[in-house]
Design a protein around this ligand. Structure first.
Ligand SMILES: Cc1cc2nc3c(=O)[nH]c(=O)nc-3n(C[C@H](O)[C@H](O)[C@H](O)COP(=O)(O)OP(=O)(O)OC[C@H]3O[C@@H](n4cnc5c(N)ncnc54)[C@H](O)[C@@H]3O)c2cc1C
Length: 411
């Protein structure tokens, strides 16, 4: 593990952002940096890794990306980002996929959900403290929205927050908090007004210090064998009033900003990785003259997946370009449609790969931690694909949203 953790890009020889006015030079610099920094054997090192090694590797990768400004390039310049545009982001994700670089799983809430929340709704003091904490100290965040009995119907959440002087006292339980066991802080929704006329109106949004007295975290082992999720029990936990985000009882509206993060850049990166997998699978099948190339049904399935993948990438690019030009003109259902399309394609394609692998694909094999859906362990990748049809809003619910709001079908 120690060799992987040795810092590599400290001598200033790479500075992709210095070339951002010339897209070809920018791409060349990102590519050269990735070739230098991504350990060729990282998949082997993370295969069946211990939790401690996985977390250390994630922290190392985040720090390396941070040194060249590629951990938070999508953040505005005032908050430590590079303020780069969509074309740069496309290049970064294409090159990351090409290099098969690690997924910075542990930092996903820190990098996307936290800024999506604080940029629009946080106080200056909160942005200064917590965005700097991510960028400079690699602080890990988790999200405490779901509860037993309040997942799809999130507005029914029952965790209670009662103001007592300068603090809110929190009691309740959260569930499915990804990476909660490693998190320093949590984006927490709790009910401040149980008597509000609508349940959405009585919810507030807090920053929870995961080390506060009364916070108990219990990991949940899931179908893949990983324990990414946690239950979080909150027993008379005190949160300072300064850590309320926005106004009291305005949490529901703010939460929509947090959730929108799951349907933008995160899926953009994942779709680039998926595209690379399909291209690599096709090239390998041609190179080895694989039997499935002669099977009409399998060829049809692959071609359908491939064309869906092209459509997905085009949709995401079009949406990101629209957001860049004017965020107010983007159809509110477009991110929802992209999430449904991506997750269903991922399910179908990982299923296809399991069937291609035959019995060999069904042997229980160690997981490559941080390998996303391209670990090479096809059964793991398939089982994990279910995550995306549920997280960020179950697809059944999102399809209802599309039917009612985009297509105007009767309720
Ligand atoms: C990989 C992953 C990561 C996650 N990370 C987090 C996290 O970090 N923080 C967090 O707070 N939560 C997280 N979640 C939880 C996630 O937000 C919930 O699982 C999701 O909102 C669904 O809620 P539920 O699990 O309670 O299922 P339920 O709401 O009980 O739904 C169960 C099933 O019933 C269907 N259903 C429910 N209501 C309806 C309806 N009205 N019409 C049609 N079908 C319906 C659903 O579509 C689903 O198929 C994560 C989940 C996953 C899978």
């Amino acid at each position: 593990m120690t060799a992987v953790l040795a810092p590599v890009s400290t001598d200033g020889s790479f500075d992709p952002l210095a070339h951002k006015d010339d897209l070809d030079a920018f791409r060349a610099e990102v590519r050269a940096w990735l070739e230098d920094v991504v350990p060729a054997d990282w998949h082997d090192r993370m295969r069946g890794a211990s939790e401690a090694d996985y977390v250390a590797f994630q922290r190392w990768w985040f720090a390396e990306m941070g040194k060249v400004g590629l951990a938070t390039p999508h953040w505005p310049r005032d908050w430590g980002g590079a303020d780069i545009g969509i074309r740069h982001q496309i290049i970064i994700f294409e090159e990351i996929a090409r290099a098969q670089a690690p997924n910075p799983d542990l930092f996903v809430i820190s990098l996307y959900h936290l800024p999506a929340t604080l940029f629009g709704h946080g106080s200056q003091a909160q942005r200064d403290r917590y965005l700097t904490g991510v960028k400079e100290r690699g602080e890990v965040w988790c999200q405490g929205f779901s509860e037993p009995g309040a997942g799809s119907d999130l507005a029914s959440l029952r965790t209670r927050a009662e103001r007592k002087g300068d603090v809110y006292v929190i009691n309740g339980q959260k569930v499915w908090s990804s990476y909660g066991a490693f998190a320093d802080y949590c984006l927490l929704l709790a009910r401040t007004n149980p008597d509000a006329p609508k349940k959405q109106q009585g919810i507030s949004y807090f920053i929870l210090d995961m080390k506060a007295t009364g916070v108990t975290v219990r990991p949940i082992r899931q179908a893949t064998g990983q324990a990414e999720f946690c239950e979080v029990f909150l027993d008379n936990v005190e949160i300072p009033v300064a850590d309320l985000i926005g106004e009291e009882n305005a949490g529901w509206t703010i939460a929509q900003s947090t959730l929108s993060a799951e349907r933008g850049l995160i899926i953009f990166e994942l779709s680039e990785r998926m595209a690379r997998t399909l291209d690599a699978d096709l090239a390998e099948a041609k190179r080895t003259d694989a039997a499935w190339l002669k099977d009409d049904q399998l060829r049809r399935e692959f071609t359908k997946a491939y064309s869906d993948m092209i459509a997905l990438r085009l949709m995401i690019r079009a949406m990101m370009e629209e957001v860049e030009a004017d965020p107010h003109t983007v159809s509110p259902t477009m991110p929802t449609y992209i999430k449904v399309h991506f997750s269903e394609l991922l399910r179908r394609y990982t299923d296809f790969r399991v069937r291609l692998a035959g019995l060999d694909g069904q042997i229980k094999a160690p997981i490559v931690f941080g390998g996303g859906h391209q670990t090479g362990n096809v059964m793991h990748d398939f089982v994990l694909s279910y995550a995306w049809t549920i997280s960020g809003g179950a697809n059944e619910i999102l399809k209802t949203v599309i039917a009612e709001r985009a297509l105007g079908l009767p309720r």
